[in-house]
Write a protein that binds this ligand. Sequence first.
Ligand code: BEZ
Length: 210
Amino acid sequence: MSLKLGDTVPDFTQDSTAGRFAFYDWAGDSWVVLFSHPRDFTPVCTTELGAVAALKPAFDARGVKVVGLSVDPLESHERWADDIAETQGHALNFPLIADADRRVSEQLDLIHPGASDTTTVRTVLVIDPQKKLRLTLTYPASTGRNFAEILRAIDSLQLTDRHKVATPANWEQGQDVIIVPSIGDETAAALFPDGWQTIKPYLRVVKQPA
Ligand code: BEZ
């Protein structure tokens, strides 16, 4: 199944390091980051799992639950977790799905045969509380992901859900944002009473709303 932005991510159950993992029950009405990684006991994946464990408080602060996944069996995840704690300074503090039968990987399109027939690619799915897919990115096995960028993108998604704004290139929390083009100046005046800067009629910059 090829999931596209705006699609509903299907429910599934699978084994995980936190016990039987029922996706919808576990997610509740939180945002979710589901990220797949190619294989256990591999160097890049080890650093990624440690990095996400270190950032768990930052995900928590945004109301986001994180879950990892690969096609390795549970017994392998459990042994590897010791190495992650030992080498990365952060023990796993989120579930790691053991998708040994590939049911979930195939459902979520996490195996790309052109890259590898046998392992999951490095995909990140950001899923909102309505279970809609809001962001996806896929990296090759050789390139570890920048999870600070995932947090930055979540900040943008959550802000732009609350206000009629979009975030410009390289935007960071607290910086100026852009009034969406679908909002005319009359409506914008009501929404942004402190005003904005018009650089072009389609490029109106405003202070980030609270
Ligand atoms: C890694 O996590 O280091 C890795 C996994 C699969 C292929 C290459 C690198």
